[in-house]
Design a protein around this ligand. Structure first.
Ligand SMILES: [Fe+2]
Length: 392
């Protein structure tokens, strides 16, 4: 039996998972672009809640999910690569041999860390790899295919090529305070094997090569992108072989998602950011290259918790962060009140929605960039940034 909707949840966390609005129908499918929980027991609880509430949940690991502690030492998790494997293992737990009608794993979904895992337990399944959904015709909608593609990624400072704020402004902000590197929790809680940091180029691979906002090393970002290649090649073939968005007479819709940002335009300029150094730890150039190769109809992302629906370079990007409990009183208040946003509806009708891929979601930053261009040369801090730093 086909399900009705694909609902996407962004910047998902355990609290949100356990308190999803009761109005959500159980047939909803959800997409969770990372940062589900750093604590192993919370992570398990979040996925269990997702299984209870949704017929299918599509996840991709975020930075918090890859924090390492002694909690999983007995399970052999000693670094963040082990933790990624643990995340995929937990997603695949309670797996039963069975598949919902109309669902089909993408044929190359068996690649290691990008593998497609399904969990059933008479409830929902958790997927960590690409899934192709066959949608039957409905009313005026022709039969169609929906390809969901999670893209693993990690950030590297050299992704940010825009000018930094002047050194004197940064010095004033951080005067008498710990540096950004000292505060960024990933630098304490993520652990990477030296060979991953070193990458294929044989660069320096020590801890100092990644605990830095100035390094040119992008070994970790490249390692993560490499994990996508097996199934991305398959997805690309599917996309390339569709003619005018069609394959075998059926319309093909491609939705990809990542935790981190493919493009700089997906984050407001530094002068608007409460933490202007954030741009050093949010994006990946190898991820951007993969998204642009895939050419999805929609790419979902997370991490910055800044809502935005924008088209750049012919690809639509959307972040709709429900936020942490603390953030719900601030920048994600609107999202937490409105709840998850529907991005694809296989039937339409409910709430006056048309079927298929849903249109633009109004966001403050989306409206801003329609009115004003991006100007990375301006350095006057936004009023809310000044207010924040003056209060500290
Ligand atoms: Fe994150």
């Amino acid at each position: 039996m086909m399900r009705r909707e694909i609902t996407c949840l962004f910047a998902f966390n355990a609290h949100i998972t356990l308190t999803l609005p009761p109005s959500l129908p159980p047939s909803v499918r959800s997409s969770l672009p990372g940062d589900i929980a750093s604590n192993p027991s919370n992570f398990r609880a979040a996925l269990a809640a997702a299984r209870r509430r949704f017929h299918a949940t599509f996840i991709v690991a975020g930075n918090h999910d890859l924090w390492v502690s002694s909690a999983l030492a007995e399970e052999g998790v000693v670094d963040s690569i082990d933790k990624l494997a643990w995340v995929h293992k937990v997603a695949a737990e309670e797996d039963e041999d069975g598949r919902e009608d109309g669902e089909q794993k993408s044929s190359s979904s068996s690649s290691s860390s990008g593998s497609s895992s399904s969990s059933r337990n008479k409830r929902g399944k958790i997927y960590t790899g690409p899934v192709l959904l066959h949608l039957p015709p409905h009313l005026s909608l022709p039969p169609s295919l929906l390809l969901l593609v999670p893209l693993l990624s990690w950030y590297h400072p050299s992704w940010d090529t825009e000018p930094d704020l002047p050194a004197e402004i940064l010095a004033e902000l951080y005067k008498g305070r710990p540096s950004f590197e000292q505060c960024w929790a990933d630098f304490r809680y993520c652990k990477w094997p030296e060979e991953v940091v070193r990458g294929e180029g044989g660069r320096e691979g020590g801890r100092e090569e990644w605990v830095s906002t100035t390094t040119r090393n992008r070994g970790i970002a490249e390692w993560f992108a490499k994990q996508n290649e097996g199934f991305l090649e398959d997805a690309r073939v599917r996309v390339e072989t569709r003619e005018g968005g069609r394959e075998g007479g059926r319309k093909v819709v491609v939705i990809s998602f990542s935790h981190f940002l493919p493009r700089e335009e997906l984050c407001p300029e530094k002068r608007f950011l409460i933490e202007p150094m954030l741009t050093k730890v949010i994006g990946s150039r190898p991820l951007r290259e993969q998204v642009e190769r895939l050419k999805p109809d929609l790419h979902l992302f997370g991490h910055t918790h800044i809502p935005l629906d924008i088209e750049v370079g012919g690809i639509r990007y959307l972040q709709w962060p429900l936020g942490s409990v603390g953030e719900q009183g601030r920048q994600t208040g609107e999202m937490s009140l409105k709840g998850p946003v529907v991005v694809f509806d296989s039937k339409g009708g409910e709430g006056g929605r048309e079927g298929g891929l849903q249109g633009e979601v109004p966001t403050r930053w989306g409206a801003h960039y329609k009115e004003e261009g991006r100007d990375v040369l301006k350095t006057e801090l936004a009023p809310w940034v000044k207010m924040y730093w003056n209060r500290r």
